[in-house]
Design a binder for this molecule. Structure first.
Ligand SMILES: Cc1cc2nc3c(=O)[nH]c(=O)nc-3n(C[C@H](O)[C@H](O)[C@H](O)COP(=O)(O)OP(=O)(O)OC[C@H]3O[C@@H](n4cnc5c(N)ncnc54)[C@H](O)[C@@H]3O)c2cc1C
Length: 463
């Protein structure tokens, strides 16, 4: 009998696990209450990067003069932009759904919860709201229900002026000015996005640098760019309230108050202070699944919970909240469910996950960071090459940023790296491959790369 595998949640973790497990011979049911593709397609990666791509096109026109062209400020057509976002989401949703059905995955549009360690209850509502309930007894279950924006008790998003990220694709009215609360990856991407669209932007930064935890040299390049664009950085401040008010002239605005007494006025505010897992109402207690104090399911290196046949993957597993990581976890779960982990099987190493920040310049890194190596007293070799030394950056009229490669001084094995600059998210793949496959700097140096290309900075840094 085929392994009966039930997956709750059709985001990157759930849909990758479903496709892969079905290919390996499992009988798979995937339950999704919203849309296949998950929050990643509907709210997060895809719409935010689509908005950023349009903002980037506007920002590009500001550099046209330096390329021997006349500068012309483009106008934003909000309806066309909305249509573009929707059509990309639809295309991706369709292709993911087609892939799942072509592999024989049973798709159920409904809501699921665990009744016991093996029983999953699925509720499907018809168009008039009448519910049909069905229970499947599963050999293995994957909970991959994702996360949602964290909203503190002092903030009441209204979808009009006080926004969470999900209200911004695009917002009903483009802000004249906006205060972004939170300077992590999402916060800085939204600064870039709104300032590209011409808004005046304030950024509440709880520490002394944006992107806390990132290489300070990397954060400094981004801060410089923000300052040049006129972004106001409120460092060392934590927001304590966000309110809509009407000023003396009768104009509506949003007031953000910070714990150090600073007060910022803008037409809109966006909350970007992280997320919480969608684990409530899932019946995890009934299934005997343990969560940590923040509600994330505790998993081992195979993504198994304390109940070995119940797996968790994606954002709600409390590891790296990245779509790429969620998909890879889903793949690994499918292999484990189907017994492939007993043969040669590479465990997921979260320390080797490449990640990118889609600002301008882009930022990407992978593997060991300089600061982490110093913290544990590990000897490393760090080589850094600015893009300004590569012909392609000069041709592009954009030579901001650098490539940094971190390697083992004794063996030359590439341990990590960071890239700041145009196409950093693409270029980091070379270092990511080197880190995953334990390649040496000489392997990069001896690769015959294209000329002129930004990748030449990689070879130079490796040399
Ligand atoms: C603004 C923003 C931008 C981002 N950009 C990027 C990016 O560029 N690159 C990147 O790698 N990551 C990005 N991320 C992170 C990425 O979106 C998440 O890591 C990813 O969506 C996690 O995938 P998942 O499968 O865990 O969950 P999700 O994509 O959240 O999918 C979970 C699904 O489970 C469903 N579900 C929940 N409960 C139930 C239930 N009881 N029954 C049935 N279905 C249920 C939900 O409807 C949802 O569709 C971004 C995040 C944000 C907030």
């Amino acid at each position: 009998m085929a392994t009966r595998f039930v997956i709750i949640g059709g985001g990157p973790a759930g849909n990758t696990a479903a496709t892969h497990a079905a290919r390996l011979g499992a009988q798979v049911t995937l339950v999704e209450r919203d849309v296949i593709g998950g929050a990643a397609h509907l709210w997060d990666c895809i719409p935010s990067k689509t908005m950023i791509a349009t903002g980037g096109a506007i920002a590009f026109t500001r550099r046209l003069e330096g390329m021997g062209l006349e500068q012309q400020a483009p106008e934003v057509d909000v309806d066309a932009l909305t249509e573009r976002i929707e059509s990309i989401k639809m295309r991706l949703q369709r292709s993911t759904t087609n892939l799942l059905t072509s592999q024989g995955v049973e798709l159920v549009h409904g809501s699921a919860k665990m009744l016991s360690p093996n029983d999953v209850e699925i509720t499907v509502r018809d168009s008039s709201g009448v519910a049909t309930v069905r229970t499947i007894t599963a050999d293995a279950v994957l909970v991959a229900t994702g996360s949602r924006p964290r909203i503190p008790e002092w903030c009441h998003p209204d979808g009009e002026r006080i926004l969470v990220t999900r209200d911004c694709y695009p917002p009903k009215v483009f802000p004249e000015s906006v205060t972004i609360v939170g300077s992590g990856v999402t916060g800085v991407e939204f600064v870039h996005m709104f300032s590209s669209f011409g808004a005046r932007v304030n950024l509440v930064v709880s520490r002394q640098q944006v992107l806390p935890g990132k290489d300070p040299e990397v954060a400094a390049v981004l801060e410089d760019d923000f300052l040049q664009r006129g972004v106001k950085l409120l460092k060392g401040a934590r927001a304590t309230s966000i309110e809509r008010v009407v000023d003396e002239a009768g104009v509506e605005e949003v007031v953000v108050r910070c714990d150090d007494g600073r007060v910022v006025h803008s037409s809109h505010a966006v909350l970007a202070i992280g997320s919480v897992p969608n684990t409530d109402g899932l019946g995890l207690e009934a299934a005997g699944v343990q969560t940590d104090s923040n509600g994330y399911v505790i998993i081992n290196r195979h993504c198994q919970s304390n109940a070995p046949h119940i797996y968790a993957a994606g954002d709600m597993s409390g590891k790296l909240p990245l779509s790429s990581v969620a998909s890879m976890q889903g793949r690994k779960v499918a292999e484990h469910v189907m017994g492939l982990s007993k043969v040669a099987h590479r465990h997921l190493d979260y320390d080797k996950a490449a990640n990118a920040i889609f600002t301008e310049p882009e930022i990407a890194d992978v593997g060991l960071a300089e600061a982490d190596a110093f913290a544990v007293g590990r000897k490393i070799r760090v080589t850094k090459v600015p893009f300004s030394s590569t012909p392609k950056a000069l041709i592009n009229n954009d030579w901001r940023g650098f490539v940094k490669i971190i390697s083992d001084p004794a063996t030359g094995v590439v341990l990590g790296g960071s890239i700041v600059g145009r196409h950093a998210a693409e270029l980091i793949s070379v270092i990511a491959l080197a880190v995953t496959a334990n390649l040496k700097v000489t392997d990069i140096v001896e690769s015959l790369l294209v000329h002129p290309a930004l990748a030449e900075a990689l070879a130079e840094a490796a040399d």
